[in-house]
Design a protein around this ligand. Structure first.
Ligand SMILES: Nc1ncnc2c1ncn2[C@@H]1O[C@H](COP(=O)(O)OP(=O)(O)OP(=O)(O)O)[C@@H](O)[C@H]1O
Ligand SMILES: [Mg+2]
Length: 490
């Protein structure tokens, strides 16, 4: 399994200091204990409460060094090959002596058969340790591990039947993205309502997972998106998406196709970028997670960089999925060397770009942006994302289509309206402004107790000054920029 083999490589290569980022203490302990056994090493843990203790000894025995400095010295002094797991040492590292001791111990242990692991729920170590420490994101349980958990639960239910393979597969998929104990709890709750592991349990586990993702605060799990038929115009983007409907299947891999990586949707406000992001996920039948860029930087949520890692980890664990980064320019606005935010944006950008470069199949990124001036050029380089699409103001034909879609959505028959006249009267309007005009017209019609007619809409259009007029220069500049650098979505 993946964390085992990767950690084993680090240990064999005699790395001296590794930070394991995970909130699953038990799984990490179990993994290191098994590796220590396999490699013939002792396994010792440290916590401020229990001090440094040999894992094989019973609780209450051999407690020494509850002070981190003393514990590190002790680890440095001991002779036999060993793995040391320090839990929650991070808060102690604000002390200069402890920090210094950690560095010295790490250096002394270099190329020795001893390895120190720091277990932290979030990566937030002092940056002066960057050179010393290797950060390892401990993955959440994979399908295989969850499958075993399901077998255990089924066995405990003491039913003679074994789990239906299709249900087992669906349940494992539904639980992906949860920690082991979250998965156990979700199953336990589902079992109370359903009584057995069956199709109903799948829905209950999925529901639990959505709750947990939302509680995490960084990602929104967006549901019930409508497909590409809700988008007017943008036929270029539509056919690009349509052509890749089967691109995530094994069949496509066998054919020699790489999995699509992602797209950047750049464009004028209100022209349907966010709408398209959601429609793509529906078209491909994948869940969509929206990364809230604002919350990424909120100090209450912990360090921005570790928030980014966490969001990525969550997306990967439920792959295949769409990771939608709305208004991406906001995340990286400060990344151009300006030190106004202490380099946070630059570090987040670096984390994100590295991930984009190396990412495994299954997470399709859709980034949307209005403002190119603050977008870092590295992001636009070919190979990181598949394509940059420019979503321009709709043409007359596209406007007619958008009118039809929104009239239909409000239970009006588009054939009863002169779509061409409406399209002509809405030159320079965005999709969102067209929608608003229809809503305003509906109010007028409702108020005058008659059904909606062309006149109401034309009237509403006349009363609106579109953004493309009020912010003419900005829109023109964006179009000029995109003309040579992006592919038209229309
Ligand atoms: N091409 C379109 N077809 C149908 N509806 C559209 C289209 N463009 C915009 N709309 C309507 O306008 C609403 C707002 O559009 P959306 O949020 O997708 O714009 P955006 O490009 O993301 O804008 P912003 O840059 O402000 O985030 C959509 O929910 C949709 O109802
Ligand atoms: Mg948007």
């Amino acid at each position: 399994m993946q964390p085992y083999s990767e950690l084993e490589v680090f240990i064999r290569a005699r790395y001296s200091l590794i930070e394991i980022v995970s909130s699953e203490e038990e799984r990490v302990e179990e993994c290191l204990r098994i590796l220590a056994d396999k490699l013939g090493k002792r396994f010792c843990c440290w916590s401020a409460v229990r001090g440094l203790y040999d894992y094989s000894l019973p609780v209450g025995k051999s407690v020494v060094c509850s002070e981190p400095v003393a514990a590190l010295r002790e680890a440095q002094k001991q002779n036999s090959p060993a793995l040391y797991l320090f839990k929650d040492i991070q808060p102690f590292l604000s002390d200069k002596v402890t920090l210094r001791q950690l560095k010295e111990t790490a250096r002394a242990l270099q190329a020795s058969p001893k390895t120190i692991f720091l277990l932290e729920p979030k990566h937030d170590l002092p940056s002066s340790l960057d050179k010393e420490v290797t950060v390892f994101d401990f993955p959440l349980p994979d399908r295989y591990e969850l499958g075993k958990l399901l077998d255990d639960v089924q066995a405990e239910l003491s039913s003679a039947r074994s789990l239906d393979p299709a249900v087992r597969e669906q349940l494992a998929q539904a639980a992906l993205g949860l920690t082991r104990s979250e998965a156990e709890n979700a199953l336990a709750r589902a079992l109370i309502t359903c009584g057995y592991l069956g199709p109903d349990t799948v829905a209950a586990v999925l529901e639990e997972k959505k709750q947990i993702i939302r509680k995490g605060g960084l990602l929104d799990y967006i549901e019930n998106c409508s497909g590409m038929q809700s988008v007017g115009g943008l036929s270029g983007l539509k056919s690009w998406v349509q052509k890749r409907t089967l691109a995530f299947t094994q069949e496509a891999r066998d054919f020699g196709l790489p999995a699509p990586r992602g797209i950047l949707l750049l464009g004028v406000q209100g022209c349907g970028k966010s709408l398209c992001a959601k429609a793509v996920s529906a078209a491909w039948n994948m869940p969509i997670l929206r990364l809230d860029v604002g919350r990424l930087f909120a100090s209450l949520m912990g360090s921005s960089e570790s928030n980014m890692r966490e969001a990525i980890k969550m997306a990967e664990s439920i792959a295949p999925c769409v990771l939608w980064i709305d208004e991406i320019e906001k995340a990286f606005a400060g990344s151009k060397g300006s030190e106004s935010d202490g380099g946070t944006s630059s570090r987040i950008l670096a984390t994100f770009l590295t991930w984009l470069q190396e990412k495994k199949d299954g997470v399709f990124v859709i980034a949307t942006a209005n403002d190119i001036t603050s977008l870092p050029p590295e992001l636009l380089r070919k190979g990181r994302l598949d394509e940059t699409f420019f979503v321009d103001l709709p043409t007359a034909a596209e406007r007619a289509e958008i009118f039809a879609i929104h009239l239909q959505a409000r239970r009006r028959n588009p054939a009863m309206f002169s779509l061409w006249a409406l399209a002509e009267a809405s030159e320079g309007f965005s999709g969102s402004e067209i929608e608003q005009a229809i809503v305003a017209a509906l109010y007028d019609a409702f108020d005058s107790r008659c059904d909606l007619q062309d006149g109401h809409i034309l009237n509403a259009l006349r009363q609106t000054v579109p953004l493309s007029k009020t912010r003419h220069e900005e829109v023109q500049a964006l179009r000029a920029w995109a003309a040579s650098r992006a592919r038209s979505a229309s």
